[in-house]
Design a protein around this ligand. Structure first.
Ligand code: BEZ
Length: 249
């Protein structure tokens, strides 16, 4: 059974602020115009939603995490609780924007169909998320350690990381014209120890391990990753690979 992630805005801000800090190229690709209405799908704590609104357009954020929505609302964002698999807008938006959210949505056809319905004719779908090979070293260390604890990682793994070809095909089948799609390897320096990253992002894996064994499990994962994701000065990196795209309805 897949476990869910409890997003904690404080922990997210401490360990994962780089996720929105590195969103500038995607904002550039969005090219939001004054007067437009834009949907931010998986808006999280609203850090990028706020920047989009700064372009003089109206933005609605949707997210499935109540604590993150609360953090977004504190920024003055119009944020609504909605699962990305259940978008219920009809031809309303000039653009749908999404950063670092789609890889958590394991029924991508359903999500893309909802995005298509949400857009006006000619509207744009601009996004970035984990692509093929994303955090492969971290994912592999988690899988190996889970198996060592006699747990099958397959039903637990929460991530969807398609190739550009796979995602292009999916978008085309939903009626989009893909004008740009690229896989971008982006090893990213973390603000602290890999344990901070695991605390925020690897909850489905760690929660699968019973409490008495969990600390040992995390130690095993950390030890394995230190050989490939930690440098001599004790900096930790995540082996991110982004899939960035622009598609027109
Ligand atoms: C990502 O942004 O690619 C990502 C973040 C957390 C977990 C997995 C992937």
């Amino acid at each position: 059974m897949s476990q869910s992630t409890a997003w904690n805005p404080e922990s997210y801000a401490k360990n994962a602020r780089f996720v929105s800090d590195l969103g500038q190229p995607l904002l550039h690709l969005l090219d939001a115009q004054p007067g437009e209405l834009i949907l931010d799908l998986g808006c999280g704590d609203g850090a990028l939603t706020e920047k989009i609104a700064g372009h003089g357009c109206a933005v609605i954020g949707v997210d499935s995490s109540f604590p993150q929505l609360q953090a977004a609302k504190k920024r003055g964002i119009n944020a609504i609780h909605m699962d990305g698999h259940q978008l219920c807008f009809q031809r309303r938006f000039d653009a749908v924007f999404t950063n670092a959210a789609l890889h958590w949505m394991k029924q991508p056809e359903t999500v893309v169909a909802g995005v298509a319905s949400s857009l006006k004719a000619g509207g744009r779908f601009i996004g970035e998320f984990g692509g093929k090979g994303n955090v492969e070293k971290i994912r592999s260390a988690l899988h190996v350690a889970l198996r060592r604890h006699a747990i099958d990682p397959a039903p637990i793994d929460p991530w969807y990381y398609p190739s550009p070809e796979e995602y292009s095909e999916l978008l085309s089948k939903a009626g989009f014209i893909v004008t740009y799609i690229e896989l971008i390897p982006r090893p990213t320096k973390l603000p602290g120890d890999i344990l901070g990253w695991l605390e925020v992002f690897a909850q489905p894996f760690t929660q699968a391990v019973a409490e008495p064994e969990r600390a040992r499990f995390l130690k095993e994962v950390r030890t394995e990753l230190a050989t490939c994701l930690r440098d001599d000065a004790d900096n930790w990196f995540a082996d991110y690979v982004r899939l960035r795209f622009k598609a027109i309805k």
